[in-house]
Write a protein that binds this ligand. Structure first.
Ligand SMILES: [Zn+2]
Length: 340
């Protein structure tokens, strides 16, 4: 199995976010990359750098206004007297069906769901290469690789077509799935991150060609709060093509694997030609978010069962935060996948 990775992803280095209203150090730090890289190398993966596949794959998922915003907002923000060093929203539209704002402050509110995704000088470049990493992995899968791991950072699954949120800017897993759609009529996304993949769900909610399945901590009292409930099943052509499997807080390996079996049953019934695994490692028992209690051995079993689906697979990195076992959990998943 190959690992796709770009060093440019280090350039996004967010400082703060608000947790229950209190300023806290932002946990989506560049140091995550080094742990994940060590974990992938320990699993014996070969390493390739992504090519620049251009803006097309990003524009297939995200709106022109949003991409323009991400690319230009930092420079525009610097021209505002007494503005914060990072772009952080201080106003949000309570409804999004009125006029698109012209000002930098208005657009930050329009395009940023929360304070967890501050934009600094290197953010666009890092997010761009995080997405290119996912595109490159998907194209390698299209080219015949059984499975490829994209070390994408910043992560992507909370980003909607025109909205950043939850440390995410560009939805790498959605972009990879759209790439796989070029050669497969149906594609499935299996999201095993601790948090619900709300952006991914939102992007494909009305589509019947991409199945979205997410296993996560119950959002009733957990981020992202407004999405991730079992009643959300898709709409229009996509009705029945979204499956949410929320787990009670504190759930460990056995409930997680039982939910995974349900997810796999749904994916098999959908009969996709290819799979994207949105691989968060923050369901770990030692992760600072403390939402679920999956063990390192549990990640090996999750990897083996994902491999058992038997599809060409792009594995796209999502969350998983600094703790001693972060790299080991990736090694466990990738080793489990390869042996599964
Ligand atoms: Zn997460």
């Amino acid at each position: 199995m190959q690992l796709v990775f770009s060093k440019t992803q280090h350039r996004h280095d967010p400082r703060h976010f608000l947790s229950s209203g209190a300023p806290q150090p932002n946990p989506e730090v560049p140091g995550r990359i080094d742990r994940l890289l060590a974990g992938a190398r320990a699993a014996g993966l070969g390493e390739v750098a992504p090519d620049d596949h251009g803006a097309g794959p990003l524009a297939a998922i995200h709106t022109p206004e949003y991409l323009q915003f991400l690319e230009t907002i930092f420079a525009r923000w610097q021209r505002i007297p007494d503005a914060s060093p990072e772009v952080v929203p201080n106003i949000h539209p309570d409804r999004r069906d009125f006029s698109y704002p012209a000002s930098a402050v208005g657009q930050a509110g329009y395009h940023m769901a929360d304070t967890a995704c501050p934009i600094s000088e290197g953010t666009w470049e890092a997010a761009y290469w995080s997405a290119q990493t996912a595109v490159h992995a998907a194209r390698m899968v299209v080219g015949g690789e059984r499975a490829v791991y994209a070390l994408s950072r910043p992560p992507g699954h909370h980003a909607f077509a025109d909205l950043a949120g939850g440390f995410c800017f560009l939805n790498n897993a959605a972009i990879a799935a759209q790439e796989l759609r070029r050669t497969h009529d149906r594609v499935a996304i299996l999201d095993v991150d601790l948090h619900h993949g709300n952006g991914t769900q939102g992007i494909f909610y009305g589509r019947g060609d991409v199945l979205t399945v997410s296993i996560h901590a119950d959002p009733v009292r957990f981020y992202p709060f407004f999405w991730g409930h079992a009643s959300e099943r898709g709409e229009g052509a996509g009705l029945g093509c979204n499956l949410n499997l929320p787990l009670p807080r504190g759930s460990g390996d056995e409930p997680f694997l039982a939910a995974l079996d349900v997810a796999i049953g749904r994916i098999r019934a959908f009969a996709p030609g290819a799979l994207v695994v949105a691989l968060g490692l923050d369901a770990f028992e030692g992760d600072p978010f403390g939402g679920l209690t999956v063990s390192t051995g549990g990640f090996a079993r999750i990897g083996a069962r994902c491999a058992g689906i038997g599809l060409p697979t792009a594995i796209v990195q999502e969350g998983g935060y600094l703790c001693d076992a972060l790299g080991d959990n990736l090694t466990a998943f990738l080793t489990g996948f390869r042996e599964g």
